[in-house]
Ligand binder design. Sequence first.
Ligand code: GLN
Length: 491
Amino acid sequence: MTKPLHHLSASALSKAFIEGEVSAVDIAHYFFKRIERYDKELGSFLSVLEERTLERAKALDRKRSKNKPLGKLSAIPIAIKDNMHIAGELTTCASKFLKNYRALFSATAVRLLEEEDALLIGKTNLDELSMGSSNENSAFYPVKNPWDPKRVPGGSSGGSAAAVSARLALISTGSDTGGSIRQPASFCGIVGFKPTYGRVSRHGLVAFGSSLDQIGPFTTTVEDAALAMEVMGRHCPHDAMSLDLPGEPYLDLLTKDLKEIRFGVPWNFLKSLKPEIRTNFLQSLDVLKSLGAKIVDADLDICKYSIAVYYILATAEASTNLARLDSVRYGARSLSAKTMEEVYKLSREEGLGREVKKRIMLGTYVLSTGYQDAFYKRAQKVRTLLINAFEQAFCHCDAIALPVAPSSAFELNSIADPLEMYLQDIFTVPANLAGLPAISVPSGFDSAQMPLGLQLIGPQMHDVLVMQYAYAFEAATSFGQKIPPAYEVGL
Ligand code: GLN
């Protein structure tokens, strides 16, 4: 092996294992050592599954020595966001309320990864119950950005993004309700993909906003994202909204000429972009043009309402979903609770963080009698208009191009105003509201040497196309190949 293991893509590492250049046990030890060395500072993991993984790695080595068929993800170290179940392990959702909750079954996406011989090395940190854009809402500890420890990794899947960016895992899973895969991918300089709603099963994912939630991968290359999607993008009878379609051959279809492909840009929606974000975005469009693509105007003015709509619908759904966290069926019970009433009240008061409480209250309010028509129903109507606007836009273009976030990674504790934090999602939320596939692919660095991302959004079900466009963009730029300097060295 000429390169250290963490400099390889997931696909390359798996190939090296299959060809007998390295054993699964050595791979597991290598990445656990990296976690031990770096993660105290980084904070990207909440738990590390060393014993479990080593047993699986040994079994995988035996399988290889007996020449049995090996899975598509053989020996790839994969980290799982701690809001997805691995049977028998903790699923804390970075909440004190669930700090002792052990999963009874594995999430479908997790099970599919493991069936293809991936090594599930640990559970990653997040904003409590996936609510946030910076990972500062974790009840345990914040995650640092591998490019600059003073800055946030983005959220809510910040632990998953930081772990892959620092090469403590080569793939991780995230969940994206309003941007939680794409924004942290962009902040950490890696690839993040949110599939079409329903493409990856939500069974075993702790629900936040059920009509918006989608599981997807973080990777260092688009090819690895395609590989992960081939495995996770399957129909599942346990998720009522799971698309009953055959899995797609993402890898076989990855290469595509961008000649005559039309990328729609909603310029009106981008009026107040910060200069550095605008410059980088224009440069990205130039790259697409140099590959033969055309840039056309897209009318998506309706997107200016998307944050308002999202924070009504997502909180409404969250308040309903989280009603089951009652300390009877789920969750830690307050030691001072004496009556039934106190069990509910005190347990929630002590167990849940500020942001989660705020959202439960907001969601309950917008659903309450008298306000439901003014807020919830109205927001649903605007959501329909937004879906229609995207449908219209896709009559004139093949995909939409947008920045991922209005800024690069910001400093820890630097955003106190909740509205400013919510506006982090302005460019990512529309794809969730319309259920569209969207990718964040590294597009360069700003003057502070922090990574930036380009977002490409496709029509529903066209996940493969989105992947193809990103693959062509990546091949022409390859910003994602850069490893944060502090994590570049070997063990
Ligand atoms: N930042 C958004 C929120 O706080 C999105 C979160 C997510 O996608 N899970 O709601």
